[in-house]
Design a protein around this ligand. Structure first.
Ligand code: GLY
Length: 315
């Protein structure tokens, strides 16, 4: 209650500290609502012991983005930023998944924002690990929330590539990945700026995840999948395997939740999306589950940008 008294900013997120089967998070839009939640948890004990302690957190709104950098001690080399779609259903609705699709370079992460993330997040994080005597060598993946006012917050760190963000980065990388990964891991260090890393310019990449029926809940495995070769005859399309196997007859089958990444690159997000979904149609897997709107934010921004460019064009 005292913490609530000191709080000036709303909305606030109130989280029960105990296990509450997904029912322990409340968004209070003002102080009165927050007091009602605390009354329910502390006095009426609606969540029992799980609600005995609560955590107050800032409410974050905006867009998530995945920011990747290779780090070797103090040496950092940013890769391209990407965005994924964690929600299972179109319109970014439904339960969370590992990612139903992704695209890069994420237009929401502008050049100015990239500079800030490097200076305010990646470099201090790398320096912190050096100062603690545990220098990091590897891929640093900062999960960001880009707020509507252009500010950002770090939601999480991972020490790996993102899935399926890595697939779209691979589509845009035009130089060999191995030398730069070698220098990332090298104990001698300090060579990241000397290895070639070329990204396709003016190119967008987008991937659609085909998942097993039932995903992200209990899903069915074993469906036979055909048509990958036909999908890859489309210029700019590549199919990545995520959860596949061969059955006793050597047929390709689904073996996992997220099974295939149908990935395309093109000069615009709109064309990359169109290519990816044309390729999805070529995959012979009638019960595959996938989203139909991967990349919608990027397409919206792209359209907006085109309109602005048109407006600047002398008539
Ligand atoms: N796509 C999100 C992740 O790899 O964590």
């Amino acid at each position: 209650m005292a913490a609530l008294e000191r709080r000036a900013a709303y909305p606030v997120v109130i989280k029960a500290d105990g296990l509450a089967a997904g029912k322990g998070v409340f968004i209070a839009w003002n102080k009165a609502e927050a007091e009602n939640v605390l009354q329910a948890l502390f006095v009426e004990k609606t969540l029992g012991a799980a609600g005995r302690t609560v955590i107050l957190e800032d409410y974050l709104s905006g867009e998530e983005a995945s920011f990747f950098a290779l780090v070797n001690g103090l040496d950092v080399l940013p890769l391209l930023p990407a965005q994924d779609h964690k929600a299972a259903y179109d319109g970014d609705r439904g339960p969370n998944t590992g990612g139903m699709g992704a695209y890069a370079p994420a237009p929401v992460v502008t050049a100015a924002l990239t500079e800030r993330v490097i200076a305010e997040v990646v470099q201090p994080t790398a320096a912190g690990m050096v100062a603690e005597g545990t220098p990091f060598r590897g891929v640093l993946y900062c999960g960001l929330m880009i707020e509507p006012n252009g500010m950002f917050k770090v939601l999480e760190y991972n020490v790996r590539f993102g899935d399926p963000e890595c697939q779209v980065l691979c589509m845009l990388l035009e130089s060999d990945l191995l030398p730069v990964l070698y220098e990332t891991a090298a104990v001698s260090g300090n060579n990241l700026d000397r290895v070639p890393l070329h990204w396709a310019s003016k190119t967008a990449a987008l991937t659609v995840v085909l998942a097993s029926p039932g995903y992200p809940g209990a899903y069915r495995s074993g469906d036979v999948i055909r048509g990958l070769e036909q999908a890859e005859t489309i210029p700019g399309v590549k199919v990545f395997h995520a959860g596949t196997a061969r059955d006793a007859q050597g047929q390709l089958i689904a073996k996992g939740g997220r099974v295939l990444n149908i990935t395309a690159r093109a000069s615009t997000f709109a064309s990359a999306q169109q290519l990816a979904y044309t390729a999805v149609e070529k995959i012979d897997w009638p019960d595959a589950f996938y989203r139909r709107d991967i990349g919608w934010r990027a397409l919206q921004r792209e359209q907006h940008e085109t309109i602005r460019l048109d407006e600047r064009t002398p008539r």
